[in-house]
Design a protein around this ligand. Structure first.
Ligand SMILES: *[C@@H]1O[C@H](CO)[C@@H](O)[C@H](O)[C@H]1NC(C)=O
Ligand SMILES: *[C@@H]1O[C@H](CO)[C@@H](O)[C@H](O)[C@H]1NC(C)=O
Ligand SMILES: *[C@@H]1O[C@H](CO)[C@@H](O)[C@H](O)[C@H]1NC(C)=O
Ligand SMILES: *[C@@H]1O[C@H](CO)[C@@H](O)[C@H](O)[C@H]1NC(C)=O
Ligand SMILES: *[C@@H]1O[C@H](CO)[C@@H](O)[C@H](O)[C@H]1NC(C)=O
Ligand SMILES: *[C@@H]1O[C@H](CO)[C@@H](O)[C@H](O)[C@H]1NC(C)=O
Ligand SMILES: *[C@@H]1O[C@H](CO)[C@@H](O)[C@H](O)[C@H]1NC(C)=O
Ligand SMILES: *[C@@H]1O[C@H](CO)[C@@H](O)[C@H](O)[C@H]1NC(C)=O
Length: 538
């Protein structure tokens, strides 16, 4: 049911623009027909844990504070998600978990052992690191992350035992090691079998030390998609027998399609490339899907255990702009449609030992150079200035409101499927998803919502005016539209970036919720660099 674009919209959309800033062009915008028929299989039901987070353990205190002095900004953001029914799982994971140790006598939650210039040798956690989990929003669960980098069963078991003793009821999963693909090659000499033997050895010994609590709840793999001699993606580990001891609860793979770890890759990490939707799907289908399919064929859940747009802490001017909101929405939805159970957006700061050619660095005084892809800069810093929320945060609200069952959706949760690109629009610059719930009358799955992204970049400096497309979304009896927007794709000030009319620069919502109401059959419009959530009337 596709039609050619027309320069005259039959149903002229008047008055809707007020909420998002005047869009005088919406009446004359070319229009296209979006077919609501799925173009991909409909996913498994989505759970409240779909949107989850990974926080680099070395910077845990910067993000969360101490139990008696919480960093309210971060908790305020988590609360916004909980209010919308999301229940993010928190992973204190990343590179620094592989030099993390537990010290039962340490007062502070987290102490970094550094070289004075931001190079981190060791991250020591004390009991309060685990006790602080009690201060997270009610219902929050965690991944107990264990050091495999030091190849010490004592260290890994020590962390597992402490987490189990202090917080066993809040542990959802256990994870041994981060990105083994990046370990020194001498550790397993490129042998998948040698890796599995040691992984099973450690996980079995840790099960025995903590009442078997971890048995069957281990994440396996945690590999990157870099090409390395050691092949340990889920698609490598599963046929090699990693689950022969029954340990695996979920398969985890890390997703970073771009990087600033070296100048060549930094040059490619542009807004135009990040937002090229063809590239987003190409990475998902070539690098991630084979591992996802291996996991699903084995009857085991899979997750993106850590991801973000640009590896090695992001790219200022790209990942700290509104482009990151569009990218995060598009990438998360692509993985939801491919049946990821959760996606863990990574939060942290530059790690000096990660690469000696990387673009990002710690502050000159060794203080954290916070990653510009994070949801927020949690504290004032010499490198990033004032503590504040970044533009990307609104994407998390869109995802929560789109995907999490608020009680009106399906019994088992909403399901998602990709829709085709309307004829006349570029697949590089457009994405649409249908969200399906169980029909109230028991007649099966029914289209409940649409998420539509127009990811064509509109830059503040460009001379060409911002384009608008108007979409025929088929027969409907009326709908409510919430819009994620900003003055331009390169906007860095979260005060100017809105979700349904509200901005969140200092954590709290500013402005009234603004929705647009569509009459029956009315079209929806999107300017370049915008996304909308359309919720149909029953
Ligand atoms: C996702 O899971 C559903 C079943 O819940 C299945 O029908 C669909 O084919 C799966 N999608 C992919 C991409 O494997
Ligand atoms: C955090 O919030 C609590 C409770 O609202 C308040 O008592 C405390 O002063 C706040 N802390 C900071 C650092 O703003
Ligand atoms: C763990 O390994 C790191 C290097 O990967 C090293 O700097 C650190 O000293 C080791 N820690 C222990 C306790 O052996
Ligand atoms: C890896 O190769 C080195 C050099 O040949 C050898 O000393 C070491 O034992 C090997 N390690 C493993 C795990 O096979
Ligand atoms: C398994 O662990 C034991 C002791 O904990 C050790 O002696 C043995 O070498 C380990 N095997 C592998 C394959 O790592
Ligand atoms: C650990 O738990 C699993 C599943 O609950 C069980 O099959 C296994 O026998 C247990 N192992 C031990 C040592 O108790
Ligand atoms: C998107 O990426 C594809 C594949 O590299 C390329 O052919 C296409 O020109 C890109 N589109 C845009 C709009 O940059
Ligand atoms: C952080 O910076 C802001 C703006 O410069 C300042 O008002 C505030 O007091 C600073 N906060 C701390 C804890 O230093």
């Amino acid at each position: 049911m596709k039609s050619k674009p027309s320069s005259v919209a039959a149903h002229c959309v008047l008055g809707v623009a007020a909420a998002a800033g005047a869009v005088a062009t919406s009446c004359s915008a070319p229009y296209y027909s979006l077919s609501n028929a799925p173009a991909s299989p409909i996913s498994q039901p989505l759970r409240p844990q779909f949107v989850s987070y990974s926080f680099e353990p070395a910077f845990w205190t910067e993000f969360f504070g101490e139990p008696d002095s919480p960093r309210n900004l971060t908790f305020t953001l988590l609360n916004h998600l909980h209010e919308r029914g999301a229940r993010p799982i928190i992973r204190a994971g990343g590179i620094t978990m592989d030099s993390m140790v537990f010290d039962g006598s340490q007062k502070a939650s987290v102490v970094r052992t550094e070289d004075g210039k931001g190079g981190i040798y060791k991250t020591t956690v004390g009991p309060s690191f685990y006790q602080q989990w009690d201060h997270f929003p009610s219902g929050t669960r965690f991944v107990s992350t264990l050091n495999f980098g030091n190849a010490s069963l004592d260290i890994a078991r020590g962390l597992a035992a402490a987490s189990h003793q202090l917080q066993r009821d809040k542990i959802a999963y256990y994870e041994l090691g981060n990105e083994p693909t990046n370990y020194p090659s001498s550790r397993w000499n490129g042998s998948t079998v040698a890796y599995i033997a040691q992984w099973q050895n450690f996980t079995g010994a840790i099960d025995a030390a903590i009442n078997n609590d971890s048995h069957g709840r281990w994440w396996a793999s945690s590999a990157t998609t870099d090409i390395t001699p050691l092949k340990v993606r889920p698609s490598d580990l599963i046929p090699a027998g990693v689950s022969s001891t029954g340990e695996v609860g979920q398969y985890s793979i890390h997703s970073y399609a771009f990087a600033t770890c070296d100048p060549a890759r930094a040059a490619r990490a542009t807004t135009a490339n990040l937002l090229n939707h063809t590239l987003i799907l190409h990475y998902a289908d070539t690098e991630i899907l084979p591992s996802a399919q291996a996991a699903m064929a084995a009857g085991t859940e899979w997750i993106i255990g850590e991801f973000n747009s640009v590896a090695c802490s992001g790219k200022p001017g790209v990942s700290d702009t509104f482009a990151q909101s569009l990218w995060t929405t598009a990438a998360s939805l692509a993985y939801a449609a491919r049946n990821a159970s959760s996606v863990y957006a990574h939060q942290g700061a530059a790690l000096k030992f990660q690469s000696d050619q990387q673009l990002n660095t710690p502050g000159d005084d060794g203080s954290p150079g916070f990653s510009s892809y994070s949801l927020l800069y949690p504290v004032n810093s010499t490198k990033r200035g004032e503590a504040r929320v970044l533009p990307v945060f609104v994407s998390q609200l869109l995802l929560a409101e789109a995907l999490i069952d608020d009680g009106s959706g399906g019994v088992g949760g909403y399901r998602i499927a990709a829709l085709g690109t309307p004829e006349g629009l570029s697949e590089d610059q457009f994405a649409a998803y249908g969200i399906f719930g169980d029909a109230a009358d028991g007649s099966g799955l029914k289209l409940a919502k649409l998420v539509i992204l127009n990811v064509k970049p509109y830059y503040a400096s460009q001379e060409a005016p911002r384009g608008t497309v108007s979409l025929d979304i088929g027969k409907h009896r009326g709908a409510v539209v919430k819009r994620m927007t900003a003055p331009s794709v390169d906007e860095t000030d979260a005060a100017k970036v809105t979700w349904a009319g509200q901005s969140f620069r200092n954590g709290n919502a500013v402005g009234d919720v603004a929705v647009e109401r569509l009459r029956a059959r009315e079209r929806v419009w999107l300017r370049d660099s915008e996304a909308v959530l359309v919720t149909f009337k029953e």
